[in-house]
Write a protein that binds this ligand. Structure first.
Ligand SMILES: C[S@@+](CC[C@H](N)C(=O)[O-])C[C@H]1O[C@@H](n2cnc3c(N)ncnc32)[C@H](O)[C@@H]1O
Length: 229
């Protein structure tokens, strides 16, 4: 078994407990079998995206969907594409499932687990039309930088799963991390910056509670958009 290599990896998240209200617990129990995607620590099978969504449409992966506000807004406005939102935080996943049902969205599926594991072991190269990562955890302390999502090996993995011409969109409210993201993405020769430096705010991206907290704390918001060559 190769579990050692899987389990020893540095994670980009802190496992956290979260309380679920009754509505969310109910949504998880009812809707997970329909729209949930389990991401085991050691996946043994590839994910069949066409089978998952019941059609062959371009797929957008959102990494760290949190409470799912961006997923809901963007998937509702973009019915021709399918959205796979992934987070490790169960209450957020439950909340997203509840809203997907409430809005009658058919183009959203929700993964629970580590998006890096999903990308590396469950998605084949060139299978995604876009990857979104909005407000990835900034891990501000230097000793935690190794946990960041945006580092060269993760970026190479993300890029490899994008189809040629596919778009990687991200945003952060952490200025120093924004610079690192810009440098790391620019250094990947398989990606081309869509703009000269940072991107204008993506109009379809709603202000999440997380972003709002950053704005209220006086932080600037940085968007980035890179296309796979
Ligand atoms: C700062 S929050 C931002 C949430 C949301 N995108 C927003 O803008 O409100 C970052 C989220 O990324 C999730 N996360 C971090 N690393 C992850 C990983 N490897 N796989 C899945 N989710 C991850 C965390 O659990 C957290 O919910």
């Amino acid at each position: 078994m190769s579990t050692g290599t899987h389990l020893a990896r540095v994670r980009t998240f802190h496992p956290r407990r979260g309380r679920m209200n009754g509505r969310h617990a109910d949504a998880l129990a009812r809707l997970w079998p329909r729209w949930g995607v389990a991401i085991p620590e050691v996946p043994t099978a590839r994910l069949d995206l066409a089978g998952l969504f019941g059609r062959r449409a371009p797929v957008v992966l959102e990494i760290g969907s949190g409470m799912g506000e961006a997923t809901i807004a963007m998937a509702s406005a973009d019915p021709a594409r399918d959205y796979l939102a992934v987070d490790v935080h169960t209450p957020g996943v439950a909340s997203l499932l509840a809203v997907v049902e409430e809005r009658g969205l058919t183009n959203v599926r929700v993964g629970l687990g580590d998006a890096i594991t999903l990308l590396r072991h469950m998605l084949v190269p060139e299978s995604l039309a876009a990857v979104h990562a909005f407000f990835p955890d900034p891990w501000p302390k230097s000793r935690h930088h190794k946990r960041r999502l945006f580092q060269p090996d993760h970026v190479a993995l993300l890029r490899s799963r994008l189809a040629p011409g596919g778009l990687l969109r991200c945003a952060t409210d952490w200025a120093e991390y924004a610079e690192v993201m810009l440098e790391t993405l620019s250094a990947d020769s398989g990606l081309a910056n869509e703009h000269d430096g940072y991107a204008p705010r993506l109009a379809a991206r709603p202000v999440t509670k997380f972003e709002q907290r950053g704005v209220e704390a006086g932080r600037e918001i940085f968007d980035l958009a890179f296309r796979r060559r």
